[in-house]
Design a protein around this ligand. Structure first.
Ligand code: RIB
Ligand code: CA
Length: 318
């Protein structure tokens, strides 16, 4: 069978320890053509996550990567970060070099719109942070909607949340943006906590990471160890879940996740439930399905992809 043409992807992220691995996987996997990394406030301030994106691309040797900064707050003006998980820098415990990859002059939404217009084929958008930039793109540039292949996002949950009992952080941080994306009519694939909590890095992952030659793998192992301490302390989890790369893996190798079609809406008003994704798995609401919801992950294949990506980029400037 001939080589498949790589899928053009824009990764919109808030690095973020797990976003970092999403950037590496998207850059390294042969099935993906990473057009740009755009940033959005989430795990940290826009300034922090954008600096982190530039540092990560520098360390991985992605010197030509387009990096553009987006929203510094949610559509309603809120600014919620997660220092308890990722630290004040949003990437604590991660010793990366000073960045040499420049920041684009234009903002993320302008860059995304331009890339969509210029791409010879529709582009997959992979948000792994709050959906503010995506909602703004759809609102400000409706003309590029036909050039969006689909939106494959890390966010939401069919049940328990992690930012409050029923809401996952990315959706909680900007529910209005999530609502606009969920109502967009575009093909959507949701990689929520149900599937990303299957991507927990156990001791064998650390062993495999530390066995890869190069500075970058050692930095990544230390970073993951930091991220693991916060997850152990706060959630009592045995290891850190790499949420964001699951969305990238689902683009690179769609069979890596098992999905079901369901209606997904987001709660905007509830005093105790704002930011909750209401996923109608049993079709009891009569609402039409608007999202492919990933429920199961091929963990073994997932970790192989992560380690392959790290090995491929280990020779970077790490
Ligand atoms: O809830 C997990 C998500 O929130 C991940 O994308 C993590 O990086 C944070 O953005
Ligand atoms: Ca993220």
């Amino acid at each position: 069978m001939g080589e498949l043409t790589p899928v053009p992807v824009v990764l919109d992220c808030d690095p973020g320890h797990d976003d970092m691995f999403a950037i590496l996987l998207a850059a390294a996997h042969p099935a993906i053509d990473l057009l740009a990394v755009t940033t959005v406030a989430g795990n940290g301030t826009l300034e922090a996550v954008t600096l982190n994106a530039r540092k990560i691309c520098t360390a991985a040797g992605l010197h030509d990567m387009i990096i553009a900064a987006g929203a510094d707050r949610a559509l309603n003006g809120a600014q919620g970060t997660a220092p308890e998980i990722h630290g004040e820098s949003a990437l604590d415990g991660t010793d990366l070099p000073e960045p040499t990859v420049p920041l684009a002059d234009d903002d993320a939404v302008t860059v995304m719109a331009r890339l969509l217009r210029e791409s010879p084929r529709p582009v997959t958008i992979a948000p792994t942070g709050p959906l503010t930039n995506i909602a703004t793109l759809l609102d400000r540039h409706p003309e590029v909607k036909p050039k969006i292949e689909r939106i494959v996002f890390m966010g939401g949950t069919t049940g328990r949340g992690n930012r409050h009992p029923l809401a996952e952080f990315n959706i909680w941080a900007d529910p209005e943006a999530a609502d606009l994306v969920l109502r967009s009519g575009l093909p959507l694939l949701m990689c929520g906590l149900d599937v990303t909590h299957q991507a927990v890095a156990g001791p064998e992952v650390f062993d495999r990471l530390r066995a890869v030659e190069g500075t970058l793998p050692a930095v990544l192992a230390a970073s993951l160890a930091f991220y693991g301490t916060t997850y152990r302390e706060i959630f009592g989890m045995p290891g850190p879940p790499l949420h964001d790369p699951v969305a990238i893996a689902a683009i690179a190798e769609p069979e890596i996740v098992r999905c079901v079609e369901a209606s997904v809406v987001v709660e905007l008003i509830g005093e105790h439930t704002r930011g909750a994704t209401v996923v109608d798995l049993y079709k009891v609401t009569g609402r039409p399905a608007n999202v492919q919801v990933a429920l199961e992950l091929d963990r073994e294949r997932f970790w192989d992809l992560i380690l392959d990506a790290v090995a491929a980029l280990a020779g970077g400037d790490g």
